[in-house]
Ligand binder design. Structure first.
Ligand code: S3P
Length: 447
């Protein structure tokens, strides 16, 4: 049953909002726990549908994954190459990260694993993972266009490869490195553009030998020594900067707001949005910087204030790829024309986010253009009209971005279905309402 939500003008957003655990790190913590020998304890895990699907998948591979009453997760691993053949199809739900990383895990041993997902995931390209796995000797049998459902059969002996990524994708990089754990010798991934490095950090944390060399032009060469024995490790998951983006931008837009967001991950390969907002003149301070499980974190304090338009360079896209919909909302309230370049990857996310963002903002009264792979938002400097219902199309970030728009627009903004929000930010509505938002179940006011 779809749940429509409507977001009306918010009260000033104040207090402290603890956003849920990082989605990327949570998937990896469960997966690496399953590949290690012994029991790994995970604190702060994101208990969103995407990560729960990955936990169920690791159970299907024979790992023991449990949640304690104290919110702690425990994973008893089976070791690299030790997965049992799943007896049923693995359903990754809405999660591209889940299925792509798990394809790498499935490739490590000579078993056949079947994967599927929801209507959104079944539209997304998997050939980008199937191609390098194929070069390692893995058989991937997919539906037309390299789509799910698909089957992965690992070979008796995996071949280590050197592979240059044709798309800037941490998911593809991670799938190859995960498969490479099961291959004798060295597997190398070359990324011409840097992408989030949580897999490399966690590989080291669990005891693998990973070498990373910076290349001229800004890329990286990552080399992993295969067939390590990974040992169980504790993981503390930071708050997700991609989730923090929503309350942070809401606080920037709603007059009188001053909001604290504790323990947010500040990994530079994830922090492009905040870099961009600071360039736009946002009042954001980072307090108490520290480190948890090899990841940098800090408390963010965000205060309302005017924003000015800027040009966001294409090189920055991988470090803020999931944040463009909500940045575009902020841009609609900024003074001047914001140009966001190089957004081709947005077309193959949970929905076509380039189109969904442009259509949604236009429906709210903003002047928006898509030129090639660039998104151009003309900020009127005097707010946004609102008064629209936005189709979410199974995309959590489109849903949350437009609920944020409704908090500061002249008229309310509604979304047709909030269900997808639970994939990455369970409790979003309550958390935002406690801070001052006015989001409730309902449809657009037509009066
Ligand atoms: C993710 C990588 C990104 C991002 C996704 C999570 C990850 O996808 O959009 O939400 O955890 O590795 P790509 O690597 O495909 O760009």
């Amino acid at each position: 049953m779809p749940t429509p939500l409507i977001s009306r003008r918010a009260q000033p957003l104040t207090g402290s909002v603890r956003v849920p655990g990082d989605k990327s790190i949570s998937h990896r913590a469960i997966i690496f726990g399953g590949l290690a020998i012994g029991e790994s304890v995970i604190d702060g895990l994101l208990e969103g549908d995407d990560v729960l699907a990955t936990a169920a998948a690791m159970r299907a591979f024979g790992c023991d994954v449990t949640r304690g009453g104290d919110g702690r997760w425990r994973v008893h691993g089976r070791g690299v190459g030790g997965m049992a053949e799943p007896v049923d199809v693995i359903d990754c739900g809405n999660s591209g990260t889940g299925v792509r990383l798990l394809m790498g895990v499935a490739a490590q041993q000579p078993i056949t694993s079947f994967f599927t997902g929801d209507g959104s995931l079944r539209r997304r390209p998997m050939g980008r993972v199937a191609a390098p796995l194929g070069r390692m000797g893995v058989t991937v049998t997919a539906r037309g266009g390299g789509r799910l459902p698909l089957a992965v059969t690992g070979p008796e002996i995996l071949m280590p490869i050197e592979y240059e990524l044709p798309v800037a994708s941490a998911q593809v990089k991670s799938a190859i490195l995960l498969a490479g754990l099961g291959a004798p010798g060295e597997t190398t991934v070359i990324e011409p553009k840097r992408t989030r490095d949580h897999t490399e950090t966690m590989l080291r944390h669990f005891g693998a030998d990973v070498r990373v060399a910076d290349m001229s032009g800004g890329g990286r060469r990552i080399t992993l020594v295969g067939e390590p024995e990974l040992m169980a490790r504790p993981v503390v998951v930071p708050a997700d900067p991609s989730s923090a983006a929503f309350p942070a931008i809401a606080a920037l837009l709603v007059e009188g707001s001053e909001l604290r967001l504790p323990g947010v991950g500040t990994n530079p390969l994830r922090f492009g949005l905040f870099e961009t907002l600071l360039e736009m003149g946002a009042d954001i301070t980072l307090e108490n910087p520290r480190e948890e499980a090899g990841e940098p974190i800090a408390d963010l304090v965000v205060r309302h204030g005017p924003l000015k338009a800027i040009e966001v360079p294409a090189e920055r896209a991988p470090s803020m790829i999931d944040e463009y919909p909500v940045l575009a909302v902020a841009a609609a309230f900024a003074e001047g024309t914001t140009v966001m370049r190089g957004l081709e990857e947005l077309r193959v996310k949970e929905s076509d986010r380039l189109a969904a963002t442009a259509h949604g903002l236009a429906a709210c009264g903003a002047r928006v253009e898509v030129e090639g792979d660039d998104l151009i938002v003309h900020g009127a400097g005097n707010g946004l009209a609102g008064g629209a219902t936005i189709p979410v199309d199974l995309d959590h970030r489109i849903a949350m971005a437009f609920l944020v728009a409704g908090m500061a627009a002249a008229k309310p903004v509604a979304i047709d279905d909030a269900t997808a929000i639970a994939t990455s930010f369970p409790g979003f509505q309550n958390l935002m309402n406690q801070a001052g938002a006015a989001i409730e179940v309902g449809v657009e006011d037509t009066a």
